[in-house]
Design a protein. Structure first.
Lengths: 115, 111
């Protein structure tokens, strides 16, 4: 079945540094990738939608200059958290539309801790 | 935009009992309703889904019902087992392929 590989699974970084999270579709072409953020014991909140070859669409309240999304190919989308702060610590997870039949496939998630 | 409400937020049942989780949605154009099970620190796993042209769907111990008129759908788990303990999320997919999640239900099955 459709697989989305997300890396890294865990990352600890210092305040002020940037962190890149990658999501790759392994056996299908992901024209659309969704990026979610999940705080402990909370639901998944959509941050942005990325379409291959075009600029990402950000949800209200999400800073596009802080959360840089790149979807340069049909199999790779990246989220870069720039100038990270402790309040950016969260679980970030991507999801791709697999096409037909409303299929959604989630990456394994990245737990970001900013110290 | 779409708004999905999910209840209850926590649910504790005895092993072997049934568990019911309910969700309502606001966008009448939503046409696909998946349910996800999420264990701590892991990705959501699709456990069952239903499309708007179907009223009920069953897969072994899990069933989902949909009432389009009332805009609500429910997850039913029968004969619960300790391994069913997890957080369950409902979701609704609108015409723009945007998936909106409910707030989640923490299910605890006591042996």
């Amino acid at each position: 079945g459709a697989v989305v590989s997300q890396h890294p699974s865990r990352v600890i970084c210092k305040s002020g540094t940037s962190v890149k999270i990658e999501c790759r579709s392994l056996d299908f072409q992901a024209t659309t990738m969704f990026w979610y953020r999940q705080f402990p014991k909370k639901s998944l909140m959509l941050m942005a939608t990325s379409n291959e070859g075009s600029k990402a669409t950000y949800e209200q309240g999400v800073e596009k200059d802080k959360f840089l999304i790149n979807h340069a190919s049909l199999t790779l989308s990246t989220l870069t958290v720039t100038s990270a702060h402790p309040e950016d610590s969260s679980f970030y997870i991507c999801s791709a539309l697999t096409g037909g039949n409303y299929g959604y496939t989630f990456g394994s998630g990245t737990r970001l801790t900013v110290v | 935009g779409e708004n999905v409400e999910q209840h209850p937020s926590t649910l504790s049942v005895q092993e072997g009992d049934s568990a019911v989780i309910k969700c309502t949605y606001s966008d009448s154009a939503s046409n696909y309703f998946p349910w996800y099970k999420q264990e701590l620190g892991k990705r959501p796993q699709l456990i069952i889904d239903i499309r708007s042209n179907v009223g009920e769907k069953k897969d072994q111990r899990i069933a989902v019902t949909l009432n389009k008129t009332a805009k609500h759908f429910s997850l039913h788990i029968t004969e619960t087992q300790p391994e069913d303990s997890a957080v369950y999320f409902c979701a609704a997919l609108n015409a723009g392929n945007m998936l909106t999640f409910g707030g989640g239900t923490r299910l605890m099955v006591k042996p």
